[in-house]
Design a protein around this ligand. Structure first.
Ligand code: UDP
Length: 327
């Protein structure tokens, strides 16, 4: 069974391609390679192009006739979204609509969407469940929430069934060491800490230590990439079995502060990691922790790598082995 993985050359998409293959599906990748890596697409056909190009979408859907589409391709940096919102509305909203309209034209009616905790904005309460108010505070979060709303309307009007998975902080790497995180430029906490541990950066900068949290640094819910892939697979199976549209928050329900992640990295790597305390980063809520009871109850999802040290250890193995994908 063919599954189209849009953004399958990126961090989460490439892990998903491997998981789909292992689970007996035939993943087919569409990626513009603007941030994804060709080398990350292993054992899958790759179509290089942009999904805001309707002709490209049409050609890919015609050739691969997928049973479902998983959509990982988007711009993901909060700060950049504030500085250049046009890029975010174009890449995350407009392009997604072109993809969805292509799917309608080809009768593909199942869609899994990478959403984000950023749709909630500054939390009114934690842990954050699906009912939490959606008040995104930056164009990135707004672009994802717009797509979620679009998907509701597309289900109502056209019967397109979707599962939106709201990731908290995706982290870690393929336990086999074949795949891992490699953004350029890297902005995420754990890879930056590990690059400092490896001597590839002089230090890690903590973005503010005066938050109203136990140690003053921001608290996040780090979820292993393998556990995210499990949730996607379960969501896919649910849709293929005739399930309706659904939205799930995905995290472990455990919050770790920036300092706790640095301490875990020192423990796992056995290295001293130089730390500098810097200014707060604009748009960072003090604490984001998921309530994932719905995913557990409805999908039967159970995180396998909830332990922070395991997440760090897998990311560290990747950092030491690869450091960089070839571009
Ligand atoms: N962070 C930090 N230093 C860095 C990068 C990130 O202190 O060099 C903090 C950031 O303020 C946030 C947490 O680490 O509280 C996770 O940030 P990341 O960018 O990895 O993910 P986000 O929470 O933005 O999705």
């Amino acid at each position: 069974m063919n599954i189209l993985v849009v953004g399958g050359a990126g961090y989460i998409g490439s892990h998903m391609v491997k998981r789909l293959r292992q689970s007996g599906f035939n993943p087919i990748v569409a990626d513009d390679l603007s941030s994804g890596r060709r080398a990350a697409v292993q054992n899958a056909e790759l179509h290089v192009g942009d999904i805001d190009d309707a002709a490209f979408v049409d050609q890919v859907l015609r050739t691969c006739q997928p049973a479902a589409v998983m959509h990982f391709a988007s711009s993901i940096q909060v700060g950049e979204s504030v500085a250049d919102p046009a890029k975010y509305y174009r890449n995350n909203v407009t392009a997604t609509q072109v993809l969805l309209d292509g799917m309608r034209a080809h009768g593909v009616a199942r869609f899994i969407f990478s959403s984000t905790a950023a749709i909630f904005g500054d939390p009114a309460y934690v842990p954050i469940d699906e009912a939490h108010p959606k008040q995104p505070i930056n164009p990135y979060g707004r672009s994802k929430w717009m797509v979620e709303q679009m998907l509701e309307d597309y289900d109502h009007a056209y019967g397109l069934k979707s599962v939106c998975l709201r990731y908290f902080n995706a982290a870690g790497a393929d336990p086999d060491g074949e795949l891992g995180e490699c953004h350029e430029p890297e902005t995420h906490l754990l890879p930056l800490i590990l690059q400092a541990a490896a001597g590839r950066r002089p230090h890690i900068t903590i973005y503010g230590d005066d938050y109203a949290t136990p140690d003053g640094t921001c608290v996040r819910d780090y979820i292993h990439i393998e556990d995210l892939c499990d949730a996607h697979l379960l969501a896919l199976q649910q849709l293929l079995a005739g399930g309706g549209s659904a939205r799930y928050n995905l995290g472990n329900g455990n919050g770790f502060s920036v300092r706790e992640v640095i301490t875990a990295a020192q423990r796992v790597t056995g290295r001293e990691i130089p730390v500098v305390v810097g200014e707060r980063r604009a748009g960072d809520p003090p604490s984001l922790v998921a309530d994932s009871h719905r995913a557990r109850a409805e999908l039967g999802w159970q995180p396998r790598f909830a332990n922070l040290d395991t997440i760090v250890a897998h990311a560290w193995a990747w950092e030491r082995k690869h450091a960089h994908w070839p571009t």
